[in-house]
Ligand binder design. Structure first.
Ligand code: NAD
Length: 464
């Protein structure tokens, strides 16, 4: 199976086919949506080996890092949506003022139409399908545009889609900037992008031409504040280092930099060292074949990360080496705010530590930068958590762990400011692709009550 961009003249045909299917009403019935969601679950279940093989080809990482976090999650979220969609679709009947109670005021949950989901390469299954579950559940027709940088997965998805999902309603468009730019020239009813703030601006600009609503799930530099006097440094270090090195740090919600009171920086470094040695006990450390670290996605990214390591003015206390497509997890202490490591989202296994005077300095640093996807805090002190909740902004705030927020589909996942807008996961994915269409039916019998609104206007009517 080889990766092939979708021929450019196919894109217009796919758009026309999906719009015609939506207009036909085929995707509206609950039974149809449920069957397609179960088809998606079957696509994952029956192709676990092929999907794991494609993920291994694109990333080279251990299957433990791919199976449950990617494939298992989608099996669960599509089955949950299949079982919940009938309830989600039910119209709301809001309570209204007594005198309008005969209006049959109803909020219908109607699909937005024919939509697009543009996904990135770093978690190519969950970031393609968690939004797609919402597309199907909402009754939309839709395109998935996976990334050109995870070619094995993208090629496999193009092959599997028509075998498990209705090809009249759902399609994969493969390609890079050229194909995607062409795709964005068509009028879609919603565009959902998970990607970089740079591409977020391009997509939002293209969507504005047609007033198309957009959801942007973007990235950024998520801080982790370690409240050293009020936490267990060893647990904090293990959780942060694990989070920074999953998928070799190529994770949007990874802790990007650590803020710690300067009096505790060295104790935290010792705790990181202990975690590091226990994670990669092999003779060559993390670069040993047995570690099965994920590849850095392409040589451009590898060069960028190596340049960050050679350019930092901080002190490298762990790692720093690279071999082929792999980069050793690297911890750097005494990093200053004007360091190269603080310029942009790192998106690799490098963890800068910035010593601060106190929590107020940490908060100032967080607030002086673009709003991140997540603020992490490691503390058992509620005052610390409360201060961060009230005085910083982010998509989410997570206390004492990393990543678990994306597994809780009962709360929304989203960015804020530079890290994006719009929410999804679970029912929120259904909501993202649903228009809330209000309707009322004003009974003719209300005419006597309404009669006073008609001209000619009188003083009595004005004061009544
Ligand atoms: P990217 O923005 O380069 O690409 C994302 C998608 O946009 C890909 O499918 C790509 O083909 C497409 N694209 C590229 N150029 C385009 C253009 N000119 N017009 C339209 N589409 C275009 O991002 P990436 O490198 O694939 O992923 C890394 C970024 O994604 C990081 O910033 C990361 O933080 C972010 N991310 C965010 C989340 C989240 O949930 N918020 C999750 C994963 C990754």
């Amino acid at each position: 199976m080889t990766y092939k961009p979708t021929p450019i003249d196919e894109i217009a045909k796919i758009h026309a086919r999906l719009c015609a299917t939506f207009a036909s009403g085929k995707t509206l019935p609950f039974e149809y949506r449920r069957a397609q969601l179960l088809g998606l679950a079957r696509m994952m279940q029956e192709n676990v080996d092929a999907l794991l093989g494609a993920l291994h080809s694109d990333f080279g990482k251990h299957k433990f890092e791919s199976n449950m976090p990617e494939i298992g999650v989608i099996i669960k979220s599509s089955i949950t949506a299949a079982n919940s969609v009938e309830e989600w679709m039910k119209p709301d009947k809001p309570q209204v003022e007594e005198w309008r109670s005969s209006y049959n005021t109803t909020v219908h949950k109607v699909p937005k139409g024919t939509v697009v989901n543009i996904s990135p390469w770093n978690y190519p299954i969950i970031l393609s399908f968690n939004p797609f579950v919402g597309i199907i559940a909402a009754g939309c027709t839709g395109v998935l545009k996976p990334s050109e940088y995870s070619p094995a997965v993208s090629a496999l998805l193009a092959e599997l889609f028509p075998k498990y999902l209705d090809p009249d309603a759902y399609a994969v468009i493969n390609g890079s900037e050229f194909e995607t730019t062409h795709m964005l020239e068509f009028k879609w009813d919603h565009i959902f992008l998970t990607g970089s703030p740079r591409v977020g601006r391009i997509v939002a600009t293209a969507a504005a031409k047609n007033l198309t609503p957009v959801t942007l799930e973007l990235g950024g530099k998520s801080p982790a504040f370690v409240d050293a006097g009020h936490t267990d440094l060893e647990i904090a270090a293990r959780r942060i280092l694990w989070g920074r090195t999953q998928n070799s740090g190529q994770v949007c919600v990874a802790p990007d930099y650590v803020l710690v009171p300067r009096t505790h920086q060295d104790a935290l470094v010792s705790a990181f060292q202990k975690a590091y040695d226990s994670f990669w006990p092999h003779p060559k450390g993390p670069l040993d074949e047995k570690s099965e670290l994920a590849h850095i996605i392409h040589s451009r990214a590898q060069t960028r990360l190596q340049n960050l390591i050679s350019g930092t003015k901080g002190t490298i206390v762990m790692g720093g080496r690279s071999e082929g497509k792999r980069l050793e997890p690297t911890v750097v202490k005494d990093v200053k705010l004007d360091d190269v490591l603080m310029d942009a989202e790192i998106f690799g296994p490098i963890l800068p530590i910035i010593p601060v005077d106190d929590i107020n300095e940490a908060i100032r640093i967080i607030c002086d930068r673009p709003i991140p996807l997540v603020v992490y805090v490691f503390t058992e002190n509620e005052v610390t958590t409360d201060l961060l909740l009230r005085r910083t902004r982010s998509g989410q705030l997570v206390v004492n762990d990393v990543f678990q927020q994306v597994a809780i589909h009962e709360m929304p996942f989203n960015g804020c400011g530079e890290s994006g807008y719009g929410s999804y996961l679970g029912k929120y994915s259904f909501d993202a692709f649903t228009h809330l269409r209000g309707s009322i039916n004003v009974p003719l019998s209300m005419e006597p009550v309404l009669a006073s609104r008609y001209p000619p206007y009188t003083e009595e009517a004005y004061y009544s």
